[in-house]
Design a protein around this ligand. Structure first.
Ligand SMILES: Cc1ncc(COP(=O)(O)O)c(C=O)c1O
Length: 408
């Protein structure tokens, strides 16, 4: 009997069955917690045995609006019955409305839609390089982009080319040239690597995958001034920090600056569908001509409809304000923890981290198995806590109760 015939006769039912199948047929590129989710609603995930878990990760901040938000679901199903994909060979009636909504909400002149966060970053790289050649007059193929240590901006070969994480890049060379690495948060380190060919400085305003790491206060403002003085574009990757996660629409709003280019993704669709975008000035996104960039699915009517409702939910339900208020509440509680294994508790909005002196994975396992709270370690010794922004105070109290038990 083939494996496929065995599955038909004995469909997987338990978590162990599903995990065994996944291990047999899947590539081993993730190390998930062994919770097998079957359905979700708001901040709650339900596994195949019907056990309920409090989601404190939000699919790496893609589900800011909460799982299966009914308004976004309604838009998805209604639009899916009309038209899902036209490709950009034809126009559709949702893309212009999406452009308008995103531009009016964010204040950027222009939008270029893609699908994943990594594609938005790739698009930003192409845009600033072309700007360098056509506007700044950098000699052909000499453009340099300054990036920072411990960056995480996606998994494509170009993006891992400028990673400083050996796990992310080791074994995947040869790498794309044209990136120069400076120390994150260190303005002098960045200044030192500027050359006449520098076209952009690209960074996460708060580093998510590195463990919710903050640059010093005033750093983004200093970068803005530096970029203005040197005729360099400031590119901020808000794929994880954007759309309310830190208690403002964008993390850069905390410093009241305006970048030239911003990448967004994840929560742009409320977790229903991969939708990302590059937001920029007319001057930067104006560099593209027909045929120079694109994506079959980028800007499709289903994605645009879903994203518009996902943005409406953020605004109408005041989720950004909620993130600020409840994030401060959660952070204050977490900061009362005094266990010797805790090195630091930090955060902004509902983007929180507990950094430990030892490995975080066992604590995540205990929270999952004994308390049904789902969090994930990042960089070995950091627990990231980033629940959907619809979480209530009571639910935060529940999560805190469990966390304080684990660290008592
Ligand atoms: C800051 C940042 N940029 C880009 C990405 C890549 O997004 P995606 O996984 O959708 O390609 C991520 C993903 O975690 C991210 O955190």
């Amino acid at each position: 009997m083939t494996q496929a015939e065995k599955i038909v006769q004995n469909p997987p039912q338990t978590a162990e069955d599903f995990i065994a199948l996944e291990k047999q047929y899947g590539a081993n590129n993730y190390k998930p917690l062994d919770v097998v989710v079957e359905r979700a609603e708001g901040v709650w995930l339900y596994d195949v045995a019907g056990t309920r878990y409090l989601d404190c990760l939000s699919a790496y901040s893609a589900v800011n609006q909460g799982h299966c938000h009914p308004r976004i679901l309604k838009t998805l199903t209604e639009q899916a019955q009309k038209v899902t994909l036209t490709s950009r060979a034809f126009r559709n009636d949702k893309l212009p409305l999406f452009y308008e909504k995103l531009s009016q909400l964010t204040g950027f002149d222009k939008v270029l839609p893609m699908n994943t966060g990594a594609e938005a970053v790739e698009t930003a790289i192409k845009a600033v390089r072309k700007w360098g050649y056509t506007v700044k007059n950098v000699p052909a193929n000499q453009a340099e982009i300054i990036v920072c240590t411990e960056n995480f901006q996606g998994r494509t070969t170009t993006i891992v080319s400028f990673s400083t994480d050996e796990t992310a890049r080791g074994g995947f060379g040869p790498f794309t040239p044209g990136f120069v690495i400076a120390e994150y948060g260190n303005i002098d380190s960045i200044k030192n690597v500027i050359t006449p060919n520098t076209v952009a400085i690209m960074l996460e305003p708060i580093q998510g995958e590195a463990g919710i790491k903050f640059p010093p206060k005033g750093h983004l403002k200093a970068l803005r001034d530096l970029c203005d003085a040197e005729n360099i574009l400031l590119v901020l990757d808000e794929v994880q920090t954007g759309l309310g996660r830190t208690g403002k629409l964008f993390a850069f709003n905390h410093e009241d600056i305006q970048p030239d280019v911003v990448t967004i993704g994840k929560a742009l669709s409320g977790g229903f569908y991969p939708v990302s975008a590059v937001l920029a000035t007319k001057e930067v996104l104006g560099v593209f001509n027909p045929g120079e960039h694109g994506s079959t699915f980028g800007g499709n009517p289903l994605a645009c409809a879903v994203a518009m409702t996902a943005l409406d939910v953020l605004v109408d339900e005041k989720l950004i304000e909620r993130s600020a208020e409840l994030g401060a509440y959660f952070l204050a509680k977490l900061q009362t923890l005094t266990h010797p294994v805790i090195k630091e508790v930090r955060g902004l909005g509902l983007f929180l981290a507990i950094e430990l002196h030892e490995k975080a994975r066992p604590y995540c396992e205990t929270l999952f198995r004994e308390h049904h709270i789902l969090v994930k370690e990042t960089h070995e010794n950091i627990i990231r806590i980033a629940p959907p922004l619809v979480i209530s105070k009571d639910e935060i109290d529940q999560a805190f109760e469990a966390i304080s038990t684990v660290f008592s």
